[in-house]
Write a protein that binds this ligand. Structure first.
Ligand code: HEC
Length: 132
């Protein structure tokens, strides 16, 4: 009986520790995951705009601006969960630079958007290939 009680107490403590560790882990990664979720949303919005042929600068500029702004958070967000490699920093900066360029001069029509979207995807894919 005593052994069973001890075992149950051990299991309960183990579960509590695991739960609190998982919680801490989740909170620590909330910022980087949030950054990615916001970028995902605006990248999808740009693709939707293309599909619906709403390609003028007025329709897409807000998304480019947010991508550029949030891109500046990639490095600090990941740095908050641990150290980031110099190459990661370089990729994050390349992302910010590319999106800042599109925010400053948004594609004006669907042909231009067709050039820009693969470049955006390339930026996401490059970093994900190495770090995701
Ligand atoms: C400089 C690096 C970098 C760039 C650029 C980048 N990502 Fe990520 N992304 C990551 C890393 C690292 C992960 C995996 C770790 C994580 O989930 O936090 C990730 C994970 C994700 C996830 C999954 C998040 C989750 O909740 O699991 C999504 C969605 C995502 N990225 C979307 C994008 C999109 C869309 C772009 C381009 C517009 C992009 N990312 C550009 C580094 C990057």
């Amino acid at each position: 009986m005593k052994v069973i009680l001890l075992f149950l107490a051990g299991a309960l403590i183990g579960a509590l520790v695991a739960f609190s560790a998982a919680n801490t882990f989740g909170q620590r990664h909330a910022w980087p995951r949030g950054v990615m979720a916001v970028m995902q949303h605006h990248a999808a919005a740009l693709r939707d705009a293309r599909k619906q042929e709403r390609c003028d600068a007025a329709a897409t500029a807000p998304h480019w601006r947010i991508l550029a702004a949030v891109g500046g958070d990639i490095e600090p967000a990941y740095a908050s969960t641990g150290s980031v490699e110099p190459d990661f920093r370089r990729q994050a900066q390349a992302f910010s630079a590319a999106t800042a360029q599109f925010a400053a001069e948004p594609p004006r029509d669907c042909a231009a958007l067709d050039q820009a979207l693969p470049k955006l995807k390339e930026q996401c894919d490059n970093c994900h290939r190495d770090y995701r």
